[in-house]
Design a protein around this ligand. Structure first.
Ligand SMILES: Cc1ncc(COP(=O)(O)O)c(C=O)c1O
Length: 425
């Protein structure tokens, strides 16, 4: 039998250390919210491949759709011979777009590629160069998206120089001492000191920060940004790569604020485990680039498009938006009960719309000083308990729950029991 230790040794000899791993378990098979490693150990999966598996591992309808497409053809390059699943998926996403008016969608492969292309589209549509993002944001690992990411370590150090005309303002998190008013004041200063609004192409924001710590952008911030964008001809980009496709109880995270973005980046749970990303945007903006200016050899892979069509069906037929609210409610209820106990680590700031749930581990009960070491212990204890659990956050003290929305009730309860044991003091 191949063991996890064998594979780790081979990994250490063959793969650079820059590729981080949340666990040292090697996957063998997976189904819905359960994963088995190469040694046959079973885990409940609260990570969902980092927000990719809102519809669970290997959903039979998604697998069947992918398999059927695979039997027909796997690749033509959409720029050589286009295919119906691409067009149909664009039509479906245009109908779901979180803004009024006509939409268009173009597909890519990774989340970072979607963000890169949103920048290109915003620039060509406005004829301006500046892009404003937020501290704590995560937009990817390419050079442009690393530049947009609002966290230096491990995403920026040593990788520069970065492209010019990228600016950051603080993201409001009350217990980090930053209010919405502070963020808006910083933006105002930025307009005075570094780039006047007339040179800004886009403001990019995650409606709920993912990697940065599961902090929700307050509706009043999004509303204020919309107003500023409208006043100055700036485009508002909602990066829905992590928050999208039902995770928050709505199809897109920004829908909680009733603010309409101009461009939306999507990936991860869009295609249930197949690599696919896209930019959904307003008609005129999406038409600005010249033919041939956007695309990619593998962009909008037909298997991934077929899978994504099945994902949209599953979200609708299995009512996963209301299921997200239900699951999230159960998780939060359990966490609030744990927070009351004094035989567990001090946890608090339990939050999140739908099933995009985060909470923090603090150094003292009732305090807000982050405890990243205890957080690390919790994720490794969770693994020993048979639970795959991820941390995140600018202070590395946030636990995030990204359990598939299709999880069975008993598996969810089992996972929460494991989480509770991992949080023991
Ligand atoms: C909000 C957000 N944008 C962009 C990305 C980059 O996506 P990818 O890793 O597929 O390039 C991520 C990945 O975690 C993300 O959470």
């Amino acid at each position: 039998m191949t063991t996890n230790a064998d594979l780790l040794a081979r990994r250490n000899a063959a793969v650079p250390r820059a590729l981080g791993h949340a666990t040292n378990a090697y996957a063998h098979r997976a189904l819905n919210a359960e994963v088995w490693d190469v040694e046959g150990t079973r885990y409940v999966d609260f990570a969902g491949g980092i927000a990719v598996l809102n519809t669970g591992h290997c959903h039979p309808r998604i697998m069947a759709a992918a398999r059927a497409q695979m039997e027909r053809f796997t690749h033509t390059c959409v720029q050589v011979l286009a295919y119906e699943p691409y067009i149909e998926l664009a039509e479906r996403l245009n109908a779901l777009a979180p803004f009024t008016g006509r939409a268009r969608t173009i597909f890519f492969t990774t989340g970072a590629e979607a963000v890169e292309n949103a920048v290109k589209i915003a620039r060509v549509a406005t004829g301006r160069g500046g892009i404003i993002a937020f501290s704590g944001a995560f937009h990817g690992r390419t050079i442009m998206t690393s530049a947009l990411t609002g966290k230096t370590l491990p995403y920026k150090r040593g990788f520069g120089p970065f492209p010019p005309e990228i600016y950051h303002v603080p993201f409001p998190v009350e217990h980090h001492g930053v209010t919405v008013a502070d963020s808006l004041r910083a933006l105002e200063y930025l307009f005075r000191s570094d780039i006047e609004p007339g040179r800004v192409a886009a403001i990019m924001i995650e409606p709920i920060q993912g990697e940065g710590g599961f902090y929700e952008a307050p509706a009043e911030l999004l509303q204020a940004l919309r107003g500023i964008c409208d006043a100055h001809g700036i485009l508002l980009v909602s990066d829905e790569v992590q928050a999208g496709f039902g995770r928050t109880g709505k199809m897109f995270g920004i829908e909680h604020s009733a603010v309409e973005p101009d461009l939306v980046t999507v990936a991860k749970s869009l295609a249930g485990g197949f690599p696919l990303s896209g930019v959904i945007g307003r008609d005129m903006i999406m038409q600005a680039a010249e033919p041939g200016g956007l695309g990619g050899t593998y962009a909008g892979n037909p298997i991934a498009c077929a899978a994504a069509l099945a994902v949209l069906d599953v979200i609708e037929d299995e009512k996963l938006l209301s299921r997200a609210d239900l699951i999230g409610g159960r998780i939060k209820q359990r966490l609030h009960a744990i927070a009351q106990r004094n035989d567990t680590l001090p946890i608090g700031a339990i939050r999140g719309p739908g099933a995009m749930i985060g909470f923090e581990i603090f150094k003292g009960r009732g305090g807000t000083e982050p405890d990243p070491d205890a957080t690390k212990r919790v994720t490794s204890r969770a693994l020993q308990e048979g639970l795959i659990l991820l941390s995140c956050g600018v202070y590395a003290n946030v636990i995030r729950v990204l359990v598939p929305l299709t999880v069975q009730d008993d598996i969810l309860e089992e996972g929460l029991g494991k989480l509770e044991r991992a949080l023991a003091a």
